[in-house]
Design a protein around this ligand. Sequence first.
Ligand code: G4F
Length: 331
Amino acid sequence: MSSQKTALITGVNGMDGSHLADFLLNKGYVVYGMERRSSVKNRINTKHLESNDNFHFVIGDMSDSESLRNIVYLSHPDEVYNLAAQSFVGSSWAIPLETSDTNGLGVLRLLNAVKQYQEHNDKVVKFYQASTSEMFGLMEKGGSSANEQTVFLPRSPYGIAKLYAYWMVRNYRESYGLFACNGILFNHESERRGIEFVTRKISDAVARIHLGMQDKLLLGNLEVWRDWGYAPDYVEGMWLMLQQDTPSDYVLATNEAYSLEQFLDCAFKVVGLDWRDYVEQDERYMRPAEVPYLRGNYGLANDKLGWKPKTSFEELVEIMVNNDINLLRKD
Ligand code: G4F
């Protein structure tokens, strides 16, 4: 029998999905990447995988249990990484039912598919769930950073749906012995981030302003702080969780919080500008309930997995701004 491992990644076209696919292919895995059916393909982050013989796109949907079961049985995975989600917190008030279905019930559907497959095959399938710091919600600014024991106080339909999934993963681990882990990841960004997220919105705007294509940037609440890391560092943490002998839940973070104003300052400085000359606040980007402050303690991941973030805040901002300048220049 071949020792080559197989992984199934849901949400493969997203930022994390595409970085994880690259990471696993580099490790010699065969990778199945689940994407939704769409008349217009969304493969900006995964175009380069189309010609890789070890990579296969498969069509499925978190709302369709039949498709999830078929994909698990087709791919015979050793590891399943559930990264599919309605991932934009801001939209979760506009589409709370879809968010709850995809981010909450969808995870239960996938867990059931994996459990059933395991029961019919003599094989352990390890399961990773993309949990999130958004579940912590209301944290005290400047207080202790959140760890695996910190109370959850979610503030959005997104965070609440993710919390349901988090508990389902724990329940399937405790009830059925599934090797299932929650990675509680704090904000992590990269040049592949969707344009609606604030870091990419800023890096894109800075690049456009620098090239004379835009003259201002409209943002929502500037009084927010986040623990921002670099996504490629975090996908390694996901993989490490599934290489352990026993499953557990882990926080991945940098343990450093920066304000949105600090992000702006750093991003505009890359092109020698002052953000105050370009940024305006706009009510349309405010949320009905805000998570003002997030900071995570990755001590357990460091002790048990040997994981720590490798990329600094300043490096992250520079990577994103320079990438957007290069992309616009190419266009
Ligand atoms: O970039 P954001 O949209 O990320 P958010 O809401 O923190 O969610 C991200 O991190 C979570 C982990 O904590 C993930 F679970 C989730 O999937 C996603 O990856 O917004 C960051 C902050 C918010 O407080 C928001 O109100 O920036 C504030 N903000 C201010 N102006 C803005 C804007 N956010 C966006 N997207 N656009 C603005 O114009």
